[in-house]
Design a protein around this ligand. Structure first.
Ligand code: NDP
Length: 328
């Protein structure tokens, strides 16, 4: 038996989450069993701890879309007991049991060996949000970041915090958009050179284009904000769109930035990234993300604290990254 955060659904369709003892034979099919050490709290976890947001197929359910730990048993030649591993994506924690448990069973293809130079705690301080931030930066680099500052939206959140730290460390001027002015010192400590109030992007603009400002953008928000940002991108620059914290549409967007300024809109999906991309991104994280800055982003949590944290992240109230010690 081991501890897990179990989400159950009653006959009226109402969900509830509590820490429970579960047995190993309840784990899903898979060829590697991992003794989980750490998991994290991401926006999707907030949905899966609550009513599911259409992501969870079967109850009872164990959320947790990422984890790091040690291989306990393996039927796959790539992994042996004692190996340290990281998992992000593959809908783990959504349509199969995830990392909010002391044990997890997955397919070997879903794992990545713990990158050289990272501890399991650091790997989860990065987690899905940090991997996504790195994939976004790599996508911008592939297209070329132009001379202007790089804008990061939803900057005080998980993806935004890591993107800010990576971009600043790579030598870019970073402008961080936040709705939380009290996080200005935090964002500057991560390397942001300019803080932009979320309110500046509250209104849709009817103009086809605005003054060219940004040399690149990592966008976690979409909605009205992305509609405006696209019109302010420099000629030939790119936006890496990773999330929809502010809405599922791009409000007020026009074709003009794409045609008249050659702007690229790059969609980033961390869930189904092939092994090579995930491994390349993890290696870049180990190289390009200063660990002292990563420490400043992290708050610790236990399994029992997850129901509240799930509600907080859906309201955009979590700062940086929450690392869950599943054995605490
Ligand atoms: P967080 O909740 O940690 O961060 C989101 C941030 O967006 C908030 O902290 C807040 O930042 C800002 N925000 C929240 N609500 C609004 C709003 N209504 N209008 C404008 N800004 C808002 O989430 P994550 O960083 O973990 O994830 C961000 C998004 O990216 C989510 O939609 C998530 O589902 C998605 N995602 C996508 C991935 C992919 O593979 N593409 C992987 C991981 C996440 P501030 O207070 O600074 O304004």
């Amino acid at each position: 038996m081991f501890k897990a955060l179990l989400v159950e659904k009653d006959a009226d369709g109402k969900t509830s989450a509590q820490v429970a003892e579960v047995s190993e034979d309840q784990l899903p099919e898979g060829d590697v069993t991992v003794a989980v050490e750490y998991s994290t709290v991401n926006y999707k976890d907030g949905l899966c701890i609550g009513p599911g947001g259409g992501l969870v197929r079967n109850y009872p359910h164990v959320p947790g879309i990422d984890f790091a730990g040690t291989v306990e048993t393996s039927d796959d030649a790539r992994y042996k007991p004692g190996d340290k591993v990281v998992l992000t994506g593959w809908r783990v924690g959504e349509n199969r049991w995830g990392g909010y448990a002391q044990k997890a069973r997955v397919k070997a293809d879903m794992l990545v060996p713990l990158p050289e130079g990272l501890t399991t705690h650091q790997a989860m301080a990065v987690g899905t949000a940090g991997l996504t931030a790195m994939l976004a930066v790599m996508a911008l680099e592939d297209q070329g970041i132009t001379d202007g500052p790089v804008l990061v939206t939803g900057a005080a959140g998980g993806v935004g915090s890591v993107a800010t730290a990576i971009l600043a460390n790579l030598g870019h001027q970073v402008a961080a958009v936040t709705g939380r002015p009290e996080q200005e010192d935090y964002l500057k400590s991560l390397g942001a050179s300019q803080i932009v109030a979320r309110d500046e992007y509250a209104e849709t603009s009817r103009k086809p284009l605005e003054a060219e400002v940004w040399g690149g953008c990592v966008d976690a928000v979409a909605g009205v904000m992305l509609g405006r940002v696209l019109k302010q991108m420099q000629y030939g620059s790119s936006v890496a769109a990773i999330g929809l914290a502010g809405g599922a549409a791009i409000d007020g967007a026009l074709i003009t930035p794409f045609i008249l300024r050659g702007v690229n809109l790059l969609g980033i999906d961390s869930v189904m990234q092939p092994f090579e991309n995930r491994q390349r991104a993890w290696a870049r994280i180990a190289r390009d993300l200063p660990m002292a800055k990563l420490d400043a982003m992290v708050q610790p949590a236990t399994l029992a604290e997850l129901p509240q944290l799930g509600r907080d992240i859906l309201k955009g109230q979590v700062k940086g990254r929450v690392v869950v010690d599943v054995n605490a």
